[in-house]
Design a protein around this ligand. Structure first.
Ligand code: NAD
Length: 447
């Protein structure tokens, strides 16, 4: 879920599969790269129910935790360059606030709809609880075609949205952040609009530009968090970094940072896929050079340091670690059998459907779940909020060290629980998250 992408112009983030798939090698590429038909809501609800049943939560408590606390839908009209008013829908869903102010990103995408925002909001509740940052879970979105819009139109939509949800957000109430297709600039507009109504309030959003109170280390935080998760997990599989081969699906903010940091540790990134294609090099892909190549607007398959391959070949490349860092539902019942890895570290929110999860469990592939592995972004967002509230700034070394401490501790807690209860890391993480939320809610007298 995540929440907080900072780079709207991340490599490969624009065109559709149909637009850009020019490879005659695979007629069925779209079928292989399309997310599963199951919705994010169904995926998250399935895992939540599996964990809540194990915990023996009473039905009434389960019903409270399954539904949202508040769902706001607003009309967001904007006069566009064609002279017409276009009307979009804006959503802010606050799932559960027992542990602190609501926290979660805002996504701009034509396919944003309430059910998906709901699912992502609930993931934030469990994620913030698993890593122990004092927040509840929220998510937002506007169903606007942001990639066709002028910056001035995006600004107008952003300001109108904040104006309309003003009453339900606040630095001690609900703190938005970037997500898919929103970035530091959008956060700056949000902060400015909120400031017009309430005075200068940097802590109202995270993922801001550094000049406006953003945190050092935020841009790389989710990728760096994935690497901390890998480093904790790898010794259990006897995998030193210099013998670790990695495949990355999705090479935007999360995937490219994870790739670059892993390469710095000595891992070999042997396969990469983005929306446009897939490449393999058994001797290792230079991820710094690939990031630059994509930033310059080039096609992934034209990268000189690797060979283009068919999508099936990308998925079945033999690796130690597979990192899905693209969309939800990308690994599903029809393609999970192809994945040839010892460990999967989930960068995306909900990238594995329940059917694929079952297949990975049967095949002994160790899955480090999203609500643990990709929590680095919200952890550093928490640091940003704390720095804003203190009117103080930390350097990047301090941010990364504190992130490492939280990720290591969280991994060990989830791993310990997984062993103790003989359940997957995912169910263990959900159990810990749910227990912490229930404890907070009961103590406050909500349940
Ligand atoms: P991004 O837009 O920067 O990158 C997405 C990448 O996925 C791009 O390389 C794109 O080409 C690729 N992609 C898109 N559709 C694809 C397809 N069908 N097949 C293969 N590749 C495809 O986004 P991001 O910020 O890196 O986020 C990636 C995922 O991680 C999302 O699920 C997001 O919710 C989650 N997440 C992000 C953060 C964060 O801090 N950015 C935090 C937590 C979770």
């Amino acid at each position: 879920m995540a929440d907080q992408r900072e780079d709207q112009h991340a490599p490969g983030a624009t065109a559709t599969i149909e637009d850009t798939d020019r490879s005659p090698r695979v007629a069925n590429r779209a079928a292989f790269t399309k997310p599963a038909e199951i919705s994010s809501y169904e995926i998250v609800t399935h895992y939540f129910k599996a964990a809540s049943e194990r915990l023996g939560l009473p039905d009434d408590v389960e019903a409270v935790l399954r539904s949202s606390y508040r769902e706001v839908q607003v009309q967001v009209p904007v006069k566009r360059a064609d002279g017409k008013i276009h009307v979009y829908s804006g959503y802010r869903v606050q799932h559960n606030g027992a542990r602190g102010p609501y926290k979660g990103g805002v996504r701009y995408h034509p396919e944003v709809e309430l059910d998906e925002v709901r699912a992502l909001a609930s993931l934030m509740t469990w994620k913030t609880a698993v890593v122990g940052v004092p927040y509840g879970g929220a998510k937002g979105g506007i169903n606007c075609p942001v990639q066709e819009m002028e910056p001035s139109e995006v600004e107008a939509v952003t300001r109108d949205f904040i104006h309309k949800i003003d009453r339900v957000i606040g630095p001690m109430r609900d703190i938005p952040a970037p997500d898919v297709n929103t970035n530091a600039q959008v956060m700056a507009w949000m902060m400015d609009e909120y400031g017009k109504l309430h005075g200068h309030t940097p802590a109202i959003v995270t993922g801001k530009p550094i000049a406006l109170g953003g945190s050092h280390g935020r841009e790389a935080a989710t990728g760096r968090g994935l690497v901390y998760a890998y480093r904790e997990a790898a010794p259990h599989l006897g995998l030193p970094p210099d013998q670790t081969r990695v495949s990355i699906q999705g090479f935007g903010n999360v995937g490219s940072w994870a790739g670059r940091i892993l390469q710095g540790l000595g891992c070999k990134i042997v396969a990469v896929q983005d929306q446009q294609g897939e490449i393999v090099n058994p001797d290792g892909i230079d991820t710094e050079a690939l990031t630059k190549h994509l930033r310059e607007g080039n096609h992934i398959e034209e990268f000189p340091g690797a060979e283009p391959v068919a999508v099936e070949e990308f998925l079945s490349t033999e690796v130690d670690v597979f990192i899905p860092a693209a969309l939800g539902g990308m690994l599903h019942g029809d393609n999970a059998h192809l994945v040839n890895a010892k460990m999967i570290v989930e960068g995306a929110n909900g990238p594995i459907t329940p059917k694929a999860d079952e297949i990975f469990t049967e095949r002994g592939i160790w899955v480090i779940p999203d609500i643990l592995a990709n929590a680095g972004g919200v952890v550093v967002s928490y640091f940003e909020w704390v720095q804003n509230l203190q009117h103080f700034s930390w350097d990047e070394r301090e941010v990364n060290e504190k992130l490492g401490t939280i990720m290591r501790r969280s991994f060990r807690e989830v791993h310990h629980r997984s062993r103790e209860d003989d359940v997957s890391m995912r169910i263990a993480a959900y159990q810990i998250g749910i227990e912490r939320v229930v404890e907070a809610a009961r103590t406050r007298g909500y349940l």
